[in-house]
Design a protein around this ligand. Sequence first.
Ligand SMILES: CCCCCCC[C@@H](O)CC(=O)SCCNC(=O)CCNC(=O)[C@H](O)C(C)(C)COP(=O)(O)OP(=O)(O)OC[C@H]1O[C@@H](n2cnc3c(N)ncnc32)[C@H](O)[C@@H]1OP(=O)(O)O
Length: 311
Amino acid sequence: MADTLEFNPEHLLSHKFPETTYSYTERDAALYALGVGACARDAVDADELKYVYHENGQKSIKVLPTFAALFSLASMPNGFGLPGLKYDPRLLLHGQQYIELYKPFPSGGHIQNKVSLAGLYDKGKAAILEIETRSYEKESGDLLCMNRMTVYLRGAGGFSKSSHPFSYSNYPKNQVLAVKIPKTPPFAVFEDCTQPSQACSALLYRLSGDYNPLHSDPIIAKVAGFSKPILHGLCTLGFAVRAIIKCICRGDPIMIKSITGRFLLHVYPGETLITEMWLTDRRVIYQAKVKERNRTVLSGYVDLSHMTSSL
Ligand SMILES: CCCCCCC[C@@H](O)CC(=O)SCCNC(=O)CCNC(=O)[C@H](O)C(C)(C)COP(=O)(O)OP(=O)(O)OC[C@H]1O[C@@H](n2cnc3c(N)ncnc32)[C@H](O)[C@@H]1OP(=O)(O)O
């Protein structure tokens, strides 16, 4: 019998993920919006009040498209306790997130998640694991969104049995392209001011369902190699996409069709994020930098369903 304590890619590949359910209300959607900085600069922001309040008599609040990412975490309620997978959870980092959106989210509802393994790679010093989650609205049965979450498991590589590094993926390589940042000046730049309360952003964001202690516990953060707790990758992604909705979509979240983001470097809560955007046809290439360290922490692109007439 194979040793289940060893990293065993074959066990992992044959694993059948159980379907999971997730329910949310307007309160969850509003809490999420606050966690990614909506209305933090201006409590009556004309583009963002709709994410937290029934503005102008609207029947329900609007849901940010990056809220979709919460379904991918919710679809793994027991974390990555998977057969054949051996790693130190304290060394896990979020590497990438890819989201396809098929329908605007209702302000509350019940979701059915179908989960599968999308990729597994041996990078020597690390293993890379990709989990795909398709999320359906329970009532209508409609597919709402697809998430592909890439996690970077430091120290878990070197499991390949042959001299060729193990590599498995179930999706076309050209679905997510490497990002080339244009040399031209950005079309738009958005800076999220540091405010005293922003230092708590990781503590606020975790209430949306990612309770990884890396974002709140100074001892765990040190074990993971950081001087203090770091921000959730999905929080940084939420800030960047919110900036794109504001600057390019004229505040209309429904224009976002898909989102790709690669986390290049950690962010400390309280740092200032500058999102730079380049518009090429219906694609927004973006990068987010931490102003205080002048380092790029996230890059990717967002595809739009259509353009606004004013652009
Ligand atoms: C249910 C549980 C759910 C849990 C999900 C989410 C939990 C969250 O709470 C966790 C978080 O939010 S962590 C915070 C967000 N993430 C980060 O801060 C990571 C930032 N990135 C890094 O530090 C480095 O890029 C780092 C460390 C990722 C990589 O840097 P290096 O080790 O220097 O890598 P490098 O030598 O350049 O490349 C090695 C191979 O890996 C590929 N790669 C690199 N960065 C990647 C990334 N970000 N995503 C995916 N793949 C990546 C490279 O392509 C390379 O492969 P190859 O040699 O084949 O090109």
